[in-house]
Design a protein around this ligand. Structure first.
Ligand code: NAD
Length: 295
């Protein structure tokens, strides 16, 4: 792996992520704050790209049953020879498996595909409120956690109204809430509810999925120039300094490295404030589905 040399914008030698901070979850386990997400990674190529991510140094992989690529993730894990305890693997329960005791069967199927006997984190993917099963799903996840099939359990795309219902029903808070979050869409109400209760925020679409011109905004462009970094690195560094967990997706090896070289620079308080101010706070920055509408 000697082909790359040291330009801190990206090109770097493999296995050079530096120490990725770990965040303590309410389960007693901790999670690497940076990972690699595989949404929309072609199932036929997932083994290859996850293998590359592991070579680059990522140890936290975020997948989901609905992505259809858990088997590729599993093959990459098996081929890597990396000790299980050095890896942090997340998968998610799809919306059509929330009823009755189907969540247990769904997790067993995911574990079979991943070739694992437990995941590190299992999430309810969306509340899908029109189905009326998300409280049941959460109750089942709590039982799966107690049974040791998932070391930590949490939710995704839950708004305050959903979080209050699952907490009221079980008395158990999720370890994380994985929500769409990037500078143009910061979901302040749900973030405040979660962080004040020790529920960590995982930011999906941390780069806005490339769907709008985040990288061209002056606050981000200027910070990138000031630190001789790329706009993507500035946005990811903003997430880390906000305390969020991120797992940007790319199938480009140089970008995998670029997206991980975040631990040898820091944004100033003024730069953080300017990036935080980019949210118009009217919801117009959202690039994904709305949790009350996806069912
Ligand atoms: P993202 O914000 O990570 O954007 C990915 C896109 O950004 C890539 O396709 C690429 O075009 C671009 N990109 C990546 N690195 C770049 C770089 N260095 N420079 C320029 N462009 C770059 O969006 P995402 O994939 O949707 O989110 C990350 C992960 O979050 C997913 O892979 C998945 O694991 C998770 N996710 C979860 C949900 C959920 O409902 N829970 C939804 C979407 C994504």
């Amino acid at each position: 792996m000697s082909e790359h040399h040291a330009d801190h914008r990206g090109a770097a030698k493999a296995n050079d992520l530096g120490p990725v901070p770990r965040i303590a979850l309410n389960s007693g386990y901790d999670i690497p704050q940076l990972g690699y997400g595989v949404f929309k990674v072609d199932p036929a190529q997932t083994e290859k790209f996850v293998t590359e991510a592991l070579e680059v140094g990522y140890r936290h992989i975020d997948t989901a049953a609905i992505y259809g690529n858990e088997e590729g993730v599993g093959r990459a894990i098996a081929a890597s020879g990396i000790a299980r305890d050095e890896l942090f693997i997340t998968t998610k329960l799809w919306n059509d498996r929330q009823a009755g005791d189907d969540p247990r069967r769904a997790l067993e199927e995911s574990l079979g595909k991943l070739g694992l006997d437990h995941v590190d984190l299992y999430l309810t993917h969306w509340p899908a409120p029109a189905k009326g099963n998300f409280v049941n799903a959460w109750t089942q996840l709590v039982a799966l956690n107690e049974a040791g099939l998932a070391r930590s359990v949490g939710v995704s795309n839950h708004l305050v109204e959903h979080l209050e219902k699952i907490h009221e029903a079980t008395g158990v808070l999720p370890a994380v809430n994985q929500i769409e979050l990037h500078p143009a869409y910061q979901q302040r109400e749900v973030v405040e509810w979660c962080t004040s209760r020790g529920v960590h925020i995982e930011a999906w679409g941390p780069l806005g999925q490339g769907k709008y011109d985040l990288f061209a905004t002056p606050a981000i462009r200027d910070a990138a120039a000031a630190h001789d970094r790329s706009p993507a690195q500035v946005v990811l560094r903003w997430h880390l300094q906000q305390g969020y967990i991120v797992f940007p997706k790319t199938v480009n090896r140089d970008r995998m490295i670029e997206n991980a070289r975040l631990f040898d620079f820091a944004l100033s308080d003024a730069e953080m404030r300017e990036i935080t101010a980019l949210d118009p706070q009217d919801g117009s920055g959202r690039v994904g589905s709305h949790p009350t509408e996806l069912n």
